[in-house]
Design a binder for this molecule. Structure first.
Ligand SMILES: C[S@@+](CC[C@H](N)C(=O)[O-])C[C@H]1O[C@@H](n2cnc3c(N)ncnc32)[C@H](O)[C@@H]1O
Length: 347
């Protein structure tokens, strides 16, 4: 697998692949660091991309030395030689913010998820209303919560992975939000007090289809049909929505030619809500599960999905709001194109 190959190259070259989460700057330092990063990114797009998106070491120039010393002090880079630094994180520039995640070479299950199409799509399409109390389940790097906080009255983020929470804390320190994000550790709604409700609940859950018996990243392990986490969270969602509350999810769902399983699950779990479904992509199941082709569990896994008639996968953003029960489907081609283009710069 690509990540495995990349890690083997790193190890062969004697490069470290695992680092502690970055340490957060104080308020005044954060502004200065962000300003310096902004200037460097604007003036050295390719050098920035080499180190913070491609994850490669950089021979820094005399002019860059002070910035790199500062980045090293926060654990964002590590010095390899007199003027050579390697990145300890990926650092995604996004609408004036810089969001840190793990390197792709971080190979343990607690890897903090990189920014991808789906984070961008949420940032651009979340339906946060002025004054909302927002809950983000599966917080990860915290990128979506930071953007939600621009309009919300309060934002809470929950993640089961303490490494993700450490990154989310760093990202908020580097990019202070309009309201502070409350971060809670635990599984889905579990850390919340009984009866606590929200105006908007947003989630980008782990959604890869992972064969039984494979150990996989916490950020992506959605069980064999990618919907394990979704089923659990949907069961408790109605009790966590305030009157008039909305729910939004972006995820891959298995399905048949007739449609995605996710929509059936949501109709069942959220009676009394109207679903607006954005279809972002559709692909044959076989293409989607290729990553596990070499797994000894692959054939049995594929057969189990086929037995259920699941031969298609759908990439969906679903917005659920109170209203006459029903489903409206849209294909936002222009928006998908825009997000694909922006996310391509991060690959
Ligand atoms: C797709 S990733 C992250 C998405 C996040 N929006 C981001 O931009 O980083 C999913 C996240 O769900 C977390 N997660 C997995 N199972 C969870 C659970 N049962 N409860 C809470 N978080 C969970 C993972 O640790 C991971 O951070």
């Amino acid at each position: 697998m690509l990540q495995g190959a990349r890690r083997r190259i790193d190890l062969l070259l004697g490069r470290k692949t695992e680092f502690a989460p970055p340490t957060h700057p104080e308020a005044a330092g954060a502004q200065a660091l962000r300003d310096e990063l902004t200037r460097w990114h604007a003036g050295s797009v390719d050098r920035y991309a080499r180190v913070f998106l491609a994850g490669k070491p950089l021979l820094v120039t005399r002019q860059e030395r002070a910035l790199f010393a500062r980045l090293a002090a926060h654990g964002l880079v590590e010095r390899l030689g007199p003027s050579i630094y390697q990145p300890c994180v990926r650092l995604f520039p996004l609408y004036g913010r810089f969001i840190a995640t793990d390197l792709l070479s971080h190979s343990t299950p607690d890897q903090v998820f990189s920014l991808m199409f789906e984070q961008l799509y949420l940032v651009r399409n979340m339906g946060v209303h002025e004054g909302d109390r927002v809950l983000e389940l599966c917080l990860g790097s915290g990128v979506n919560s930071l953007f939600a906080a621009d309009a919300a009255r309060a934002v809470t983020g929950i993640d089961i992975n303490d490494r993700a929470l450490a990154f989310a804390r760093f990202n908020e320190a580097l990019n202070p939000a309009a309201v502070p994000v409350e971060r809670l550790e635990g599984s889905l709604y579990e850390p919340l007090a009984v009866g606590r409700v929200f105006d908007l609940i947003v989630v980008n859950p782990p959604f890869e289809f992972v064969p039984q018996g494979e150990e996989w990243f916490l950020h992506s392990d959605g069980g064999e049909d990618g919907l394990d986490v979704v089923r659990t969270l949907l069961a408790d969602t109605p009790a966590r929505l305030a009157p008039g509350g909305r729910f939004e999810i972006i995820t891959w769902s298995p399905g048949t030619k007739l449609g995605p399983l996710l929509v059936d699950l949501m109709r069942e779990a959220l009676p009394g809500m109207r679903l607006l479904v954005h279809v972002l992509d559709v692909a044959p199941m076989d293409n989607h599960i290729q990553a596990f082709k070499r797994s000894p569990h692959y054939d049995a896994f594929r057969a189990r999905l086929a037995k259920r008639g699941l031969d298609e996968v759908y990439f969906l953003f679903v917005h659920a709001a109170p209203g006459a029960p029903g489903v409206e489907v849209v294909t936002p081609e222009q928006e998908v194109e825009t997000c694909r283009g922006l996310a391509a710069a991060w690959l």
